[in-house]
Design a protein around this ligand. Structure first.
Ligand code: ATP
Ligand code: MG
Length: 196
């Protein structure tokens, strides 16, 4: 069986939190690769986002030096809301039945899961890897009682007080974002004058 990790997000912009979590899951679960999938129209985000093109480019710049990281434009090529179940189904068509998908999800998104589109079908279609995030308590028991066939594993990772929201705010205030995201992403943000 092939094992592929899926790192979904808006990546507005991508940061070292995303990269470290993806690498830790790849390592721990002996995955073949992790595919980063920038969401085009996330159903749960309401604020104005940077264009999908910029978010895709930054995700590519941040991941391209890692041989087991990949970026997919699969959600950007679809119109309408970017539902994860549609993405997993499309990936299953591409990769065939001998591939297991591991969907990586941060603690801040876990409580929202029951509201995700076609949640029962989604939970049956892939494994979930939950990662910790500062300020969010991760309680898997409630959700596991609710969804009996929910295959979710908690990965103990260092909690990183890093978010895209913080990066956007720092840029607006003129603060440095050095070391919070990669050098290439910082250069791209400067060149395209993003988040000012
Ligand atoms: P924003 O502040 O705009 O919501 P974000 O930093 O939360 O951005 P997203 O693109 O929303 O980043 O997150 C994509 C995925 O990465 C989610 O599953 C989220 O929980 C996870 N994630 C993001 N930052 C971290 C972090 N510092 N530690 C662990 N998981 C994270
Ligand atoms: Mg977020």
């Amino acid at each position: 069986m092939k094992k592929i990790g899926i790192m979904g997000g808006t990546f507005d912009p991508i940061h070292v939190g995303h990269l470290m979590i993806a690498e830790a899951v790849w390592d721990e679960f002996k995955l073949d690769k992790v595919i980063f999938i920038p969401s085009a129209n996330p159903p749960h985000k309401h604020s104005v986002m940077t264009s999908a093109k910029h978010r895709f480019n930054m995700t590519l710049l941040a991941t391209c030096s890692n041989p087991h990281f990949e970026v997919s434009s699969i959600e950007m090529e679809r119109s309408g809301p970017s539902y994860t179940i549609d993405t997993i189904k499309a990936l299953k068509t591409i990769y065939g039945e001998d591939t297991d998908f591991y969907f990586i999800i941060g603690a801040d998104c876990i409580n929202d899961l029951p509201t995700w589109h076609k949640i029962d079908e989604l939970l049956a279609s892939c494994k979930f890897i939950a990662t910790k995030r500062p300020s969010y308590t991760l309680d898997l028991t409630t959700i596991q009682q609710h969804f009996k066939n929910f295959n979710i594993t908690l990965l103990e990772t260092p909690e990183l007080e890093i978010s895209s929201t913080d990066i956007r705010q720092r840029i607006k205030k003129g603060y440095s974002i050095q070391y919070i995201t990669t050098e290439q992403v910082q250069q791209y943000i400067r060149k395209e004058e993003l988040y000012l």
